[in-house]
Design a protein around this ligand. Structure first.
Ligand code: HEM
Length: 505
């Protein structure tokens, strides 16, 4: 008899599982919100959950599939969530009604590294953001610039030595060597030799933090479960590394801020205060105790946020220069002119005046925005302006910068690399929410100026000595790495970096 029960039990179990993993899929239909058909268990994120496609591209596909909709009802695994396509609605959420969407809503244990500025929400985020904003003003960056400049010179010397051996480089890992050395110098006051040596601890962190992690899918499926279980998205080894780093620097500086004006000085200032306060709608309340874990969490997010985003941007920029020699010619002309006017010095002010290179940088981030998708969480029930849709408190909203940046409506012939899209009059006539590589509103990228500065410095220093040319391994079909949290090239970017003196004209 048992022989009959086994298949029946298996069928019943499968049916129960199917029912369980599709139970929410009427949510948007009931509310008349259009959206793609979800798949059991995965919702609309099957390709990214199976690591077949980068999550940024998955959300871009969802954006493209509904060209006439302002909002699209989707399922992050089984949890209903809303993709916002319309730029006016984006403006409401990210700017006008920001207070209602200040949270990012990535829920996991907020102990240890979880209390970092990117993942913190609510009053903790407000307190931290108030305190850390002053370190990224242009005045502070200008004072830190000499640290970046020293690293850039060492990097160019390294490149000159290496280019004697071979002209072909994989530029993503190459530029990482520069950005890791600037961020560790500016943030922690450390002089790590990332050029000639492999820094194993940093390589491990790179793998552990930037590779997609199934914790995120679990959070999509059961929002808040990681937090309830006290599970972090980051392994304890990463916490130990940053805790150790902070402790060392604190003891090297005798626990007091120095005159370096770097990130560590600001942290030491916070440590002396003992806590940070947040001002919400006029009231002042103490929110975050500044423990060593909180300091380590900020060190961690500035490190991770600081090096990879800029390294990826610069490597895509160099790739486009290799393919578009006319654009490169103009950038080189600008670099040469500015250097001539400044007796060969690359100063902070002259970088700010490189108008054409700024457009090239902006166009690079249009085609390859690195942080995808943007995310906000509703902290109240909210009727979406211009629609009949009301979202419930706790709903996660996604925005696809890449979808918008490749939308013909805003950028004709979006596959073409054209820096003139950022001429002042052309850019000024576009909707203010049509360009989102650094996000938008009060929760935008705090390190935007730093990222721009180190990226542009790296490009100027490189082009003052080298030209970038396609190599036999430069692919025209550059893919995005599926298994990463950020947008980045699959298999790297290979180009030739040729000393300018070697070029026959
Ligand atoms: C080209 C370089 C960079 C790009 C493209 C980039 C992009 C972004 C984006 C899109 C966000 C999310 C914004 C939003 O949700 O509206 C973000 C947040 C953030 N970025 Fe960057 N970033 C870059 C460089 C940096 C650097 C150099 C640092 C630090 C040194 C940094 C630290 C952060 C932090 C801490 C946040 C979270 C801010 C908050 O939630 O208050 N980023 N970044």
């Amino acid at each position: 008899m048992t022989i009959f029960y086994i298949p029946i039990t298996v069928i019943a179990l499968c049916a129960a599982l199917y029912f369980y993993f599709t139970r929410t899929f009427n949510y948007w239909k009931k509310r008349n919100v259009p959206g793609p058909e979800p798949t059991a268990l995965f919702g609309n994120f099957k390709e990214s959950a199976l690591r077949r496609k980068n999550i940024g591209l998955v959300v871009q596909d969802l954006y493209n599939a509904f060209p006439n909709e302002k909002v699209v009802g989707i399922y992050r695994m089984t949890t209903p969530s809303l993709l916002i396509r319309d730029l006016d609605v984006i403006k409401h959420i990210m700017i006008k009604d920001f207070e209602l969407f200040a949270d990012r809503g990535v829920e996991f244990s907020k102990k240890g590294l979880g209390q970092n500025l990117f993942h913190a929400d609510g009053d903790t985020w407000r307190g931290l953001r108030n305190r850390f904003t002053p370190i990224f003003t242009s005045g502070k960056l200008k004072r830190m610039y000499y640290l970046m400049h020293e690293r850039a010179d060492k990097y160019i010397e390294f490149l000159q030595r290496e280019s004697e051996k071979s002209n072909e480089f994989e530029v993503h890992s190459l530029v990482q060597k520069f950005t890791v050395s600037t961020i560790t110098a500016c943030a922690f006051g450390l002089d790590i030799n990332t050029l000639d040596e492999k820094v194993e601890a940093l390589e491990i962190i790179d793998k552990m933090v930037l590779e997609a992690n199934f914790g995120l899918e679990l959070d999509m499926m059961y929002p808040g479960i990681l937090k309830k279980l006290g599970i972090s998205l980051f392994p304890s080894t990463v916490l130990s590394f940053f805790s150790g780093l902070v402790k060392n620097v604190v003891s090297m500086r005798n626990g007091k801020p120095t005159s370096r004006n770097d990130f560590m000085d600001l942290m030491l200032g916070l440590r002396e205060m003992g806590s940070v306060t947040s001002n919400k709608l006029g009231s002042t309340e103490t929110t975050v105790e500044i423990t060593d874990d909180v300091l380590a969490a900020q060190a961690f997010v500035f490190y991770v946020g600081g090096y990879e985003t800029s390294a990826t941007t610069v490597s895509y920029l160099l790739y486009q220069l290799a393919l578009n020699q006319d654009v490169q010619e103009k950038v080189i002309q600008e670099v040469d002119e500015v250097l001539k006017e400044n007796n060969g010095e690359v100063t902070y002010d002259c970088l700010m005046n490189m108008k054409y290179l700024t457009k090239v940088f902006d166009e690079t981030l249009r085609m390859y925005s690195i942080v995808e998708p943007l995310q906000r969480k509703a902290t109240v029930d909210y009727k979406i302006p211009g629609t009949d849709v009301t979202i419930e408190k706790g709903t996660v909203l996604l925005i696809s910068p890449r979808g918008i940046h490749y939308d013909e409506k805003y950028y004709p012939k979006p596959e073409v690399f054209d820096p003139n899209r950022f001429d002042a009059d052309v850019a000024g006539s576009r909707h203010p929410c049509a360009y989102l590589p650094f996000g938008l509103g009060q929760r935008n990228c705090i390190g935007m100026r730093f990222g721009r500065l180190q990226s542009v410095l790296c490009v100027v220093k490189m082009l003052s000595k080298f030209r970038i040319e396609p190599s036999k391994n430069t692919t025209r079909d550059l893919r995005v790495k599926p298994s990463k949290n950020l947008i980045g090239p699959d298999g790297g970017i290979h180009v030739n970096i040729v000393p300018r003196r070697d070029i026959k004209t």
